[in-house]
Design a protein around this ligand. Structure first.
Ligand SMILES: Nc1ncnc2c1ncn2[C@@H]1O[C@H](COP(=O)(O)OP(=O)(O)O)[C@@H](O)[C@H]1O
Ligand SMILES: [Mg+2]
Length: 301
């Protein structure tokens, strides 16, 4: 179970969105990168965490994964502030690298390995680091320790659904996995659904949207991300679409999604105003207080 003090403070300070779906290629990274770009373009402080060893978000923003990376942060060997790097479009990026895949093996020797990211965010906040939005780009391995870290740290789960054939079945299957993880972790981030790669010329895409709406209701964002050549080009150019071509329809879609995200957060106390609320120190026996003995000195190479 999450310690009460953490649930209360951490979740209220950082709205954290985990972009999930165990299906690869459904648009998780694309949605995370360009939503980050759209939010950053309006001056929001956005942290994008690349939690996929394939490092598509990192490479797609033209960043090289110089160490330290998210791997070192999860191992407790670097702080979040040491590992983040400025990325194009005003995004702050916590980069990934293939070595992150080895965290899975190492995690067997750690106590509560699924809490490492939440701990790092909490420590950053305590050190005065402020973000308005934290976006977590997950790997397709929904049952792995990396996704568990994302779900444990998140306030919202963003299920990304490609509006193609069999997508509804895939989404329902993804929900089952998410529910299991949430139950194991004793917490339930708020679910939201984003439809992507929408082509309104195809009838089944339109029908799928209707089906998604009847299945998920208000959890489905009104904004649907349409298919766009610009989005396909963006990773090779290393730019969020707001920088690449602010007038294109993909930029408009992500701007609309950013509006909806901002509306979700209305009523949230701005993080800057939270300073007077003192963070309660973790309980002495808190499993989140990582001890040096549980940290491996280095990843096996
Ligand atoms: N709305 C879109 N329009 C066109 N291509 C897209 C769109 N969303 C994603 N893609 C392309 O589809 C592929 C998979 O997308 P990606 O975001 O990497 O998926 P995931 O992170 O879920 O594996 C990429 O080549 C990406 O450029
Ligand atoms: Mg991806």
């Amino acid at each position: 179970m999450m310690e009460p003090h953490m649930e209360e403070t951490y979740a209220a300070r950082f709205p954290v969105y985990a972009f999930v779906n165990q299906k690869g290629g459904c648009g998780k990274t694309t949605t995370a990168v360009h939503l980050a770009g759209a939010l950053a373009a309006r001056g929001e402080r956005v942290l994008l965490v690349d939690l996929d060893p394939q490092a598509h978000a990192t490479m797609g923003l033209g960043c090289s994964p110089d160490r330290p990376t998210v791997t070192d942060v999860l191992l407790g060997e670097a702080s979040l502030s040491e590992a983040v790097t400025p990325a194009p479009g005003g995004i702050t990026l916590l980069p990934s690298e293939p070595r992150l895949a080895e965290f899975e093996e190492v995690s067997g020797r750690l106590i509560h390995p699924e809490r490492r990211l939440a701990l790092a965010l909490e420590e950053a906040h305590r050190a005065g680091v402020r973000f308005d939005h934290v976006l977590l780009d997950c790997s397709p391995r929904a049952d792995g320790v990396l996704c568990a870290n994302a779900l444990f740290a998140s306030t919202h789960t963003l299920l990304i659904v490609e509006t193609g054939a069999f997508a509804l079945q895939g989404a329902i299957q993804a929900l089952k996995v998410l529910d299991e993880v949430a139950e194991n972790q004793g917490r339930s981030p708020e679910l939201r659904v984003v439809g992507t790669m929408f082509d309104r010329r195809t009838r089944f895409a339109r029908e799928l949207l209707v089906a998604l709406h009847s299945r998920f209701g208000d959890a489905l964002f009104d904004t649907v991300i349409r298919t766009s050549v610009r989005l396909r080009e963006a990773p090779a150019l290393g730019l969020p679409v707001q920088e690449l071509d602010p007038g294109c329809r993909a930029a408009a879609d992500f701007d609309a999604l950013a509006d909806e995200i901002m509306a979700l957060e209305v009523g949230r106390v701005p993080t800057a105003d939270l300073k007077e609320y003192e963070l309660r120190p973790p309980a002495p026996d808190s499993a989140l207080a990582a001890t040096p003995s549980e940290r491996p000195s280095a990843l096996p190479s």
